[in-house]
Write a protein that binds this ligand. Structure first.
Ligand SMILES: [Zn+2]
Length: 132
């Protein structure tokens, strides 16, 4: 296996492990019954315009883990994680929260090797939180 492939596999294994080891929504927040999460991803680059939107619902037995997959396929060590944003919102008992996160992963494997060149995919999110 090549070096790049190996790193990508380690990165996704690590992300999978942290998903697997997360508590469920009800284990972490027994008073939360549902989270509706709308996301919109925008990867600005010179060659094409990649945009993607989605809406997902999470219930009490879903994992409390909101790592959004980067739409830049070459991105290495993407960092689009909303766990803390959602935790803080729930602790303040907010019904709605929205925000913006920029991916700090490397734009390509070459960028990783040069240790320069961020992915910069923009994630905008809006969550609606339902309490019991
Ligand atoms: Zn990225």
């Amino acid at each position: 296996m090549g070096k790049e492939e190996k790193l990508r596999q380690q990165d996704s294994t690590q992300k999978w492990e942290s998903f697997k080891n997360s508590l469920t929504i009800s284990e972490e927040f027994p008073n939360v019954t549902k989270i509706v999460l709308k996301t919109s991803l925008d990867y600005p680059n010179a060659f094409s315009e990649a945009k993607e939107t989605s809406q997902k619902e999470y219930f009490s037995d879903s994992k409390f883990h909101f790592e959004i997959e980067c739409i830049n396929r070459d991105c290495l060590y993407s960092s689009l994680n909303l766990n803390n944003d959602l935790r803080n919102a729930i602790r303040s008992r907010l019904k709605n929260v929205h925000g913006k996160v920029i991916c700090k992963g490397y734009n390509t494997y070459g960028c990783f090797e040069r240790k320069s060149g961020r992915c910069d995919t923009i994630l905008e999110f809006e969550a609606t939180i339902f309490y019991s």
